[in-house]
Every structure is written in structure tokens, then in C-alpha cells.
Design a protein around this ligand. Sequence first.
Ligand SMILES: [Zn+2]
Length: 341
Amino acid sequence: MAKKRKSSFRGKVNKDSKRQTSGYGYLNLPKGISVFNPEAKSTVKLDFMPYEVTSKRHPDRNVEDEIAIPGSLWYKLPFKIHRNIGVDNDKVVCLTSIGKACPVCEKRAELIRQEADKEDTDGLKQSKRNLYCVIPLDSKKHDAEPHIMDMSQYLCQEEINNTLEEDEEFEVFPDLEEGLTMKCRFDESNIGKNKFAELGKVTPVERKEQYTEDILDDIPNLDEVLNILTYKELEAKFLELDEEDVNEEEEPEKETPTRKRKTRDEEPEEEKPKRTRKVEEEEPEEEVEEEKPKRTRKRKETQDDNNKCPYGHEFGKDCDEYKDCAKCEVWDDCGEEQDKK
Ligand SMILES: [Zn+2]
């Protein structure tokens, strides 16, 4: 077909379809980059690739040790999502991921202050995840080229951390020239109808081939991959769900929020990963290094009688809050339950 004029679909359809295949509306996949979704019950060799950090607010940022500062190479991007937001039950990036006020978190804080049901507040919790760039070396379904891998903190990074604890030497694994290939066994967690892969074991092995800096040109900038809504966009989407009654005052999207929950900030999850993919932010903040999973906050108090949590936490409420969650066989049901709230 002769191409005469530039179709208005150009650049849109493919982009859109790629996003579909990613399964996550919150990922803006760069051209030519696919998502690597590990298959359960499989073992695959992955080279974790470093990317050049551009954000001044990377959650792992540590100026003293030169970790994740702009211009440095780093191997993961931690972020948080809220689930079941809006009429489409979308997963959205929590704005605290970039150190900003988040309407969903504010709503949760407000509910907590009002001593609302824990179920209501827990449904608004964040889930921690990480983006990685991996090259699958021996996957039947994936070419050996850079892919984005998006995994729950508890189903992946925790296991990587365990492995790193075994031997400090492993920490070079994402290095271009001295890195290690991570032989990853993905187990199947099977909850209800959903099956998903969780990283069961990682064995670092020597790479057959190392990389040169040239590869960096092909590595997506993880700081730019997340689709992050503005406060107002997220608020509008969020309110659609839980208040039909706001229709009249439904601010199309660009308006000063009248009913903005101006909660005096007391972030439910008391951590503030500062991350931003675009970086216009001026001042990096130093108090950013709480990437340590601290899902043991408060909450031990409650333990329901009809509790279905096999680990004694609260079913439908504590999802992703404990280490146990990583291996929990009712994780998904629990998450779903939580999302319903
Ligand atoms: Zn949030």
C-alpha cells in the first residue's frame, strides 16, 4: 500500500497494543521494549542490566555511597501501586512513589483518622514493586534482549536480597563487565484462579559473555517507564469509584480541587520514596533510604477469629505486609479481598 499521508494512527496503535500486552496500564513501554513475564515452574537465566539513573529522587538514592544518583548505574526502580482504582479497577502508581502527595493515600489517612473500618482503609494500601531490566538468556518465549520485568517486592526482590546475603560477592551481579547471570527458578503460586510466578531461588553463575557500555543505549530508562498521573488525574479516577455523588462537582480535570482531601499529611505508609522519572524536582532529599522492606509496621493487634490467613495476619487486610505474604498460598485471594474494600 502506498503511504501518502501520515495516518493519525501512526505511533498510537502499536503503542497501545504494546501496553495491552504488558497487562499493566501503568507502564509506558519504550518502543521495542517488551515485558518479561516469568513463567511459573520455569527456570530462566537472566542478566540484570543496569540503567543510567536520571531521577534525583530515586527511592534507593544514597548520596554518600553514590547509589542511584543521577548519572550512576543502578539495577532497579522501586515504586508502589494502588489497586482497583476507578471504574476499570486499574492499578495506578501511588504518587508517593515520586515523593508527591497522593489522593488515595490521603483518603486512607483521612479514613484512619476517622477510625473507619480497617477494611476500608486497607483496601487503599499500597503494594510495593520493582522494575528491572533483564535480558533473558535462554527463554523460549523471549528473545535475548532487554526486557522490563515488573515484580512485587515480596515475590522477587526479597529473594534476590536473600541471595545477596549469602555472599557479598554476588552484589556485582548487575555490573556490565563483572556481572553475574542469575539463574532464576520461578515457582508457581496458585491462588484461586490466578497463578503467578514467584522467584523461588536465585543462583548466581558466571556469565558466558559480559557486556560493554554500548548496551546501555538499548536499555530503557526505568525512571521514565512508569505512567504517573497527576494528583488531579488520579483523584478524578479514584473518586469515580467511590463517590457517584460527586458528579456535579466533578472537576473535569483541571480545576482546583474543591473537595480535595487536604489531609495534613500523615502518610499512612510512613515512607517516602522520592522518585521521579522526569526530574524537575530541585532538591533531592536525603531521608530516602528506607527501601528496606518494613512491612512490619504496626499491626499485630488484630487477629480475627474467622481469619483465613495461614500465618496469623489478617486476611484481606495485611496483603503484602509481611514476609510471609511472599509465599502465602492465599495471597491473591487476600489481595482481592483487600481490594474490594
Ligand atoms: Zn498513594
